[in-house]
Design a protein around this ligand. Sequence first.
Ligand code: AHG
Ligand code: MN
Ligand code: MN
Length: 321
Amino acid sequence: MHPEATGELTSLLYDVALAAKHIAAFTRRAGLVDVLGKAGAVNVQGEEQQKLDVLANEVMQSVIGKTGRVCVCASEEDEHPVPVPLENRPGKYVLTYDPLDGSSNIDVNVSVGTIFSIHRRITPAGRPGTLEDCLQPGRSQVAAGYVMYGSSTVLVYSAGRGVHGFTLEPTIGEFLLSHPNITTPPLGTYYSINESYYDRWSEGYKAVVRAFKGLDGAGHGRNARYIGSLVADFHRNLMKGGVFMYPADSKSPQGKLRLLYEAAPLGFIVEAAGGAASDGERPILDIEPTSLHQRTPLVIGSRDDVAFVERTLASRKAGVS
Ligand code: AHG
Ligand code: MN
Ligand code: MN
């Protein structure tokens, strides 16, 4: 379909898959090798880094930084973007990523993941990339994906033409196509939200969750599932239908999740699968980033469920019950 293609994007996706195999090997042996527990440092997010956060970040950088396919990388774990120096031949792509998502779950053997987002550079070729190359809206992503280190290791990605899932076959060390053309049901089975924050929510979110508990008498009852690992919650809802919400609240006015390497890549995937991703009012992919680690409220999953949440939030905001 693209005779002009150079194969560089394919190679970059293979590089990400190679890094994922390294990270999978560590997570699979987490109880046996010294990768559990805290790394003893706090990252730019103000969060205690887990050893596996740091390790996964180092693996991503060591694999991606020297391939000549990207000009700059940006990670949840690093305050600033990491430009690719001239001696490593900066390429035409930009990679932003969350090397290990859900790290609070590592020590208790719950699924964790890696989330990645790929843009084309917008600064002139032939020199290291910059922050400007990283601050692009989700709509302009070339590809996005995640790896979930769970009962099996699954890599799910989209380059804009469908969403495809690959399962790692450990005996040969390759990701094999196991879930071609993933689409997400328009109406979900599950709702996912951390209900311990109930008192911090707006009236709108309280009304939404009351409806998903079946208390509004309008047939919006759903099953509650919340793992606390975004990749695991997202993947279940993608496959079965459902909506994940991480609202802004009185404690986190912009929510907790980060736009560039959590909300935007998952938003790209869910739209390619027929779903939707919003900050509660507008599509995640239309948000113009202004800073590398900016946070955004996130409502993501089945198209009709996201629309229901947006309508309910809007009506409560307008003071209509
Ligand atoms: P990370 O481990 O990369 O910091 O991400 C953790 C995120 C996400 O995985 C999950 O949805 C969310 O934190 C859970 O937050 P709460 O514990 O506040 O529910
Ligand atoms: Mn994360
Ligand atoms: Mn993380």
